[in-house]
Ligand binder design. Structure first.
Ligand SMILES: [Zn+2]
Length: 363
């Protein structure tokens, strides 16, 4: 059908072919719905000939021919002699207005109420059918075809729970209306489950942190990594020794940041940011980054970015050693963290401004 559309769009390159007066602004000369094709063109012989011959071109290319038992040509607002001329150059028979397509009446002039009588009767019949169901889950069980009905009932119950009664629920909904329209963001905020705010959210989900680092940092904050102590706890027998320092057991607390290796890296990263700081456990580091001292720092957002990159790189380094037997020295890991942070900051902030800062840090 894409080919047919291209052929039909191409006919207007010929100067004698004009759009239908109501379709010119849209550049529209056809609509395709399932296997129905509707063509629109100005009521003159060259335009009608061009659009019908384009169907022949398509038939030659594809082998698909129009069903000549069905086609009708509908004409309005043109003189009888032109109508006759058009009918002689086409194989179509003239259809008469008004007619129905998919149950909807179509007319050359204004549509009046009587044309919709059948449609209104059909809609009323459907609505009457619905009203025989009680507005309850029991009613829904009979109406097994309507999943959306169940969803509507769930939303209704949720609203009533939140409001306490009908009028209160109505007030709650009206609070989400701005300039006569429901604001989806306000509605979502009313319905979403709200837990207690987490203290580390602002640092972990900071825009300066690479998204994959944010997700990883969240897992670390929730102690969700499969560290060796956790695997032992699940019955997996492994020697519990931190592969980064070989001096202590591997736990979340040790890796971030009691381990000599990880502490050394975090120190170097902070040194890169021109910051002296006594390293503590991860939760305290996050708290420190959110605190006043860092907030006043000349580039506060770099700290969140650095923390995310550091935690991620440490876990990468740990996995590299366990699964591939490879290792990098501290300088290599720090440079990799600096690379991650620089790329992220350049992408979310002004490249020229951040570029100057990166230059001064690396000087
Ligand atoms: Zn260690």
């Amino acid at each position: 059908m894409e080919i047919l559309s291209r052929i039909l769009r191409g006919i207007h390159q010929q100067s004698q072919v004009s759009y239908h007066p109501k379709c010119g602004k849209l550049g529209l000369n056809h609509l395709i719905f399932v296997d129905d094709l509707m063509l629109f063109v100005k009521g003159d012989t060259p335009s009608v000939q061009a659009i019908t011959s384009s169907l022949d071109s398509f038939a030659l290319l594809s082998g698909l021919h129009a069903n000549l038992e069905k086609p009708n040509i509908y004409m309005a607002g043109i003189r009888d002699n032109i109508k006759q001329e058009i009918l002689t150059v086409t194989v179509y028979t003239e259809g008469l207005f008004p007619f129905r397509y998919l149950g909807v009446p179509l007319n050359a002039g204004k549509l009046n109420k009587t044309m919709f009588t059948d449609l209104i009767a059909k809609v009323q019949k459907v609505l009457n059918h619905w009203s025989t169901y009680k507005l309850s889950y029991a009613g829904k069980e009979k109406n097994t075809h309507s999943e959306s009905w169940r969803s509507i009932l769930l939303v209704r119950d949720e609203l009533l729970n939140m409001g306490g009664n009908g009028p209160a629920a109505e007030r709650l909904l009206s609070g989400c209306v701005k300039k006569g329209c429901i604001q989806l963001s306000l509605l979502y905020d009313k319905f979403r489950r709200k837990g207690n705010p987490i203290s580390w959210g602002a640092t972990v989900w900071h825009r300066a942190v690479l998204p994959k680092h944010s997700v990883f940092l969240m897992l670390v904050m929730q102690q969700k990594l499969a560290t060796i102590d956790k695997l032992n706890h699940r019955g997996i027998s492994l020697v519990n020794r931190c592969v980064l320092c070989k001096a202590d057991n591997e736990t979340h607390k040790h890796l971030f940041f009691q381990c000599i290796f990880s502490t050394a890296i975090w120190h170097q990263v902070l040194h890169w940011l021109r910051m002296q700081h006594r390293t503590s456990k991860l939760s305290k580091e996050v708290h420190w980054i959110a605190g006043k001292k860092v907030r006043k720092h000349w580039k506060a957002q770099w700290f969140s970015s650095c923390l995310g990159a550091t935690v991620y790189s440490l876990w990468e380094e740990r996995n590299l050693k366990i699964f591939q037997g490879l290792e990098h020295d501290i300088d290599y890991v720090v440079k990799r963290i600096q690379y991650f942070v620089s790329i992220r900051l350049l992408s979310v902030n002004s490249p020229s401004k951040e570029g100057e800062i990166i230059g001064s840090l690396n000087a």
